[in-house]
Design a protein around this ligand. Structure first.
Ligand code: FES
Length: 636
């Protein structure tokens, strides 16, 4: 019997982080990684299907075989973290390719901020006479007397602040007032004159990433930004995997992971701000929060069941989300601070899309606009100030690094731009200027467009035999070699390739996006000529080479100047709602005028989708500029 046998407290050390945890025998390496806060990529949430959680293990485990592991990898001790059960003390090496690295999170948003802010939280300076034996009114009533407008409510937190604030401030205080929930409520009382120091946070809770902007409520100035991976990522890349986890294990973990991610961003942005200018802002100064997320992320964050979002007819718990207090959501800010959450149109068109529309201003325009947000799910909105129709297409995770052998998220080591030269070798740019680990969404669009232009793939995205060592037959049929193993990241066990199956996944994703756009235009009797602009929202759109994306048939072929990019529209909308009462009211108007089209049961969508499973489309007439493929090949 070895020393490990019979022992239950087993030590697992993760390299290169050096973090260690003690776990019970039988725990999976992925679970141990979660305990140690090691960012192992777990696209399928630990079901053994995606092959993305590869680690190198020194020590004893019971490991299931997997089609995702090559013989060479098995020989080198590489295994899937999610199917490896710990049987002794271990050292686990997390491979760079399968680690959630520093992410190119899009924190930039393009929206017109109002010239004058009108936040729902404001500060008011008050002076009053001291309490005396002849004027012994209670503290609360004394403060109310000093206000000449309607008498507000006061929160318990405000009441707790009140006695010391009045006396420390020698009967001069600043009252922080919120009218988010309707009647004005005093949520904080501070001694002296503290006007000008109210701050709020705008939060984008994405499936992959979370971004927090710290905003001066008086000026609308962004004081700092922090972002991070959504800590729910180790329970799966997409919302379906996480909803299934929630159904099996309850919501608590998913809710607390979402809140932990937001709170860690709040901590970081506060630290950075305070380091920068020495101004000691405290968490108590954060008195308002505006939150935008897709329906599933929003419901997880609020602790609401998502069971009915996953199942037909895919309904959310609520469209309108009532105002809440920060303390009820575990947010590390002033507990009495008020929280506005964007409403959701449908199970798969959530508050992030309403925020996109708000940031794009299409809801104010007389003319028709098309908005496309490409993420793990694609959402499309068509409309103007009088009407809007929205839909969601399960675009699949191909552009987020999923379901593609060489795919990774846009992070350090990801190829984000690529060209193929005359001898079919790939020339590329890598985020972070380091050896490549894989290809992210914008790189995949370039790769496919270049392969098409060079005749490496045909119109059905099938690889063609070529007289070149860049095209060869691999385990899954023909494949194109993007880069040789020797030039990849340390520990790479095979060449970086793209296979026919990968290309079909990308083709389906682009077909779903284009099909969704076409079906909305068709159902509303609009054509491309009637569009004033096509708005691209989301991180992926920001880095995309539009000419190549159009050549593939992913987006409509219209003059490029019609395309507008708003970056992180969810964050942009959240900022607007935080500093503008009008913008906040408009979210309800957008919700009410937006209809939702369920594509999963729509025959027209399937027709459009099938017709789009070609490069660029079965109907070449829809893509006149793609017929000049070589005109754009040399465009940098
Ligand atoms: Fe392990 Fe997907 S195979 S997380």
């Amino acid at each position: 019997m070895t020393a490990d046998e019979g022992r239950n407290n087993l030590r697992v050390v993760f390299r290169p982080d050096g973090k260690q945890v003690t776990v019970d025998r039988g725990t999976t390496v992925l679970e141990a990684g979660r305990l140690a806060c090691i960012p192992i990529d777990a696209v399928c949430g630990g079901s053994g299907k995606c092959g993305r959680c590869k680690v190198k293990i020194d020590g004893k485990t019971i490991t299931e075989g997997s089609e995702h592991l090559t013989e060479e990898e098995v020989r080198e001790g590489i295994a899937l973290a999610c199917t490896s059960r710990i049987e002794g003390d271990l050292i686990v090496h997390v491979l760079p390719r399968y680690r959630l690295g520093k992410h190119q999170i899009v924190t930039k948003s393009v929206q017109k901020m109002p010239e004058r802010t009108t936040p729902w939280v404001t500060k008011r300076f008050l002076e009053m006479n001291p309490a005396t034996l002849s004027d012994n009114l209670a503290d609360r009533e004394r403060m109310m007397r000093a206000m000449d407008d309607a008498r507000p409510e006061i929160s318990l937190e405000g009441l707790r602040d009140l006695p010391s604030a009045l006396r420390d401030g020698r009967w001069k205080v600043t009252a922080t007032r919120s009218d988010l929930a309707g009647p004005v409520e005093i949520i904080r009382v501070e001694p002296g004159d503290t006007r000008g120091s109210a701050v709020g946070i705008a939060v984008d809770i994405g499936t992959t990433t979370v971004v927090v902007d710290l905003i001066d409520l008086d000026t609308g100035e962004v004081l700092g930004t922090a972002s991070d991976f959504n800590r729910q990522m180790t329970h799966g890349d997409d919302v379906i995997a996480r909803m299934m986890f929630g159904e099996e294990n309850g919501l608590d973990e998913l809710t607390s992971l979402a809140r932990e991610t937001v709170n860690s961003c709040i901590s970081r942005v506060m630290e950075e701000r305070n380091e920068m200018d020495g101004e000691r802002l405290s968490r108590q100064d954060i008195v308002a929060a505006s939150i935008a997320g897709n329906t599933v992320m929003t419901q997880f964050f609020l602790g609401l069941s998502t069971d009915n979002v996953r199942l037909e007819p895919y309904v959310p718990v609520t469209h309108h989300i009532p105002p809440m207090k920060a303390k009820d959501l575990g947010l590390m800010m002033n507990g009495a601070g008020s929280v506005f959450t964007f409403p959701s149109r449908a199970g798969y068109v959530g508050g992030d899309v309403i925020a996109d529309v708000l940031a794009s201003e299409m809801h104010r325009s007389k003319r028709t606009h098309l908005l496309i947000d490409v993420g793990t799910n694609g959402e499309v909105v068509l409309g103007c100030r009088d009407w809007m129709v929205s839909c969601s297409c399960s675009a699949g995770p191909a552009f987020e690094g999923g379901e593609v052998t060489c795919g990774v998220r846009a992070m350090d080591g990801a190829i984000d731009r690529l060209r193929i030269d005359d001898d079919l070798a790939a020339k590329y740019h890598v985020i972070g200027d380091r050896a490549p680990i894989g290809v992210c969404g914008s790189g995949l669009v370039d790769l496919m467009a270049e392969m098409y232009a060079r005749g490496v793939i045909d119109r059905k995205a099938r690889i063609q035999e070529r007289d070149s060592d860049r095209v060869r037959t691999g385990e899954e049929g023909l494949e194109y070699v993007i880069e040789r193993k020797e030039r990849l990241h340390e520990g790479a066990t095979s060449d970086l390739v793209i296979t026919d199956a990968d290309l079909q996944n990308i083709l389906r994703t682009k077909a779903a996006i284009y099909g969704a756009c076409s079906v909305l235009l068709r159902k509303t009797g609009k054509d491309l000529g009637s569009l004033s602009s096509i708005v691209i929202a989301g991180g992926f759109g920001f880095h995309l080479d539009m000419t190549r994306a159009v050549t593939l048939g992913m987006f409509p072929d219209v003059p490029r100047k019609k395309y507008r990019f708003i970056g992180n529209g969810a964050l942009g909308g959240a900022k607007l709602a935080l500093v503008s009462k009008d913008a906040r009211r408009e979210t309800s108007k957008i919700l009410n005028k937006m209809t939702y089209l369920e594509l999963s049961v729509d025959n027209e969508f399937y027709e459009e989708f099938s017709a789009s499973l070609f490069i660029p489309h079965t109907d070449l007439g829809r893509f006149p500029s793609a017929n000049h493929a070589n005109d754009w090949r040399d465009v940098a």
